[in-house]
Design a protein around this ligand. Sequence first.
Ligand code: URA
Length: 492
Amino acid sequence: MHHAIVRGRGDFAEWRNRARAFLFAGIEPQAIDWQEASMDAGLFGSEETPLPPPAEGAAIHVPAAFIDLATAVVCHSDPARFDLLYRLLWRLARERALLQVRADEEVAWARLLEKSVRRDSHKMTAFVRFREIASAVTARRSFVAWFEPDHHIVARTAPFFQRRFNDMDWVIATPRGTAAWDGTHLTLSDEPAEKPDISDDADELWRIYYANIFNPARLKVKAMQAEMPKKYWKNLPEADLIPGLIADAEARVIAMAKRQASEPLAFHDRLQAAARAVPAEPLPPAGTLEALRTEAASCTRCLLHCKATQTVFGEGPDDAEVMFVGEQPGDQEDLAGRPFVGPAGKVFDAAVTEAGIDRRRLYVTNAVKHFKYEPRGKRRIHQKPNMGEVEKCRWWLAREIDLIKPKLVVALGATAYAALTDGKEKLGDIRGKAMLLEGGRTLFVTVHPSYLLRIPDAQRSHEENRRFVADLIAVRHLMARLASEEKKSVAG
Ligand code: URA
């Protein structure tokens, strides 16, 4: 095994030099252990293996797109990035068009890391706030800022600030390095900096500026939260204004509308006619379950879409009172594009019918919408989704619940329970109990039907089937109770 030890602070050259030497020497990716030098690695970790000598006159040609991708990916904080890049480099020698295969798992993973680095850089350009400091060294105005990036992006983002704030001196300090500009030189360091004490009068200016540019008519709270996640707020002087501005937004929009001119805009008719001439997109109406289903069909929020045939979205009436949540589609569901149509679905259907529940009234969906599997020969063996995948897919599940508004949600198994609640309790401890979910809905937990299929002993299998049917009978009673409670509360 070769040990490659890098500082891992976004320096492309340190990875490239090692990768080049390994590639020339024909060393396969699985024979290299890439590590980031840390205190621990220095004291207790492995020594770096001397690099193979450079091959005389040899050259490596890789597509320019790989260099772009790799320079971004080395900035990511995922420790596996060096190995991933070397795997891609290795494969590129044999598969020249590899980077165009977007469904390839390693390509897709690298693209996700690249995207996250670009996003972090973008956030830095948006959320760095300079504060003026007195400088004894220069007559120019001097500023300092503190920012906390997720990745090693200071060096790649610093040129943006050099261009934008060329006529002042500044230092941007971060826990992942520092950039400084003095009007002539851009100085970069990848050593972690300490947070400077920098609140001052400039904060007040920012707050005034922010309150003035805030347009209540264009307020989209969810988009705003996604664009400006809370973790950045603590370093933003305007952050404490936001809740108040949001709360006042509706009243301000009404006031703005009252002030609007009542005359149509010049060329209004012509603009409307031009808009009508644009062919309508055959999209379902926004905010409907159909629109969500269409959107989910092209989901790439995690890597599972690479190997799955398609997104398997939920199915059932869009005003269902009960929603059943499984784990993830299986082999047959993946091919059919519908949930619970394979062996576990058959067990589920039979038990639901036996419990006296009308299957047609149920909405049935999964915590994860793509099939995760391991190919083994011609077979695809089911693999449990990890919490990262569950977390990414929870976005869809939450929207399904928002739109359908079921009174009762039934979690089939531990993955569904974790997706619905974040809870880590043992299934045995919560099975068969009604609980309260966020938003006032009732949650009931039982086992997943595929658990019944895995019990080898016939007697036990029979007993567990009975218990599952008993759980579903409890669900039927709960449905009736919730419906009658609602009737009573409507009646007064
Ligand atoms: N198992 C699940 O959790 N969901 C399906 O759709 C099929 C099997």
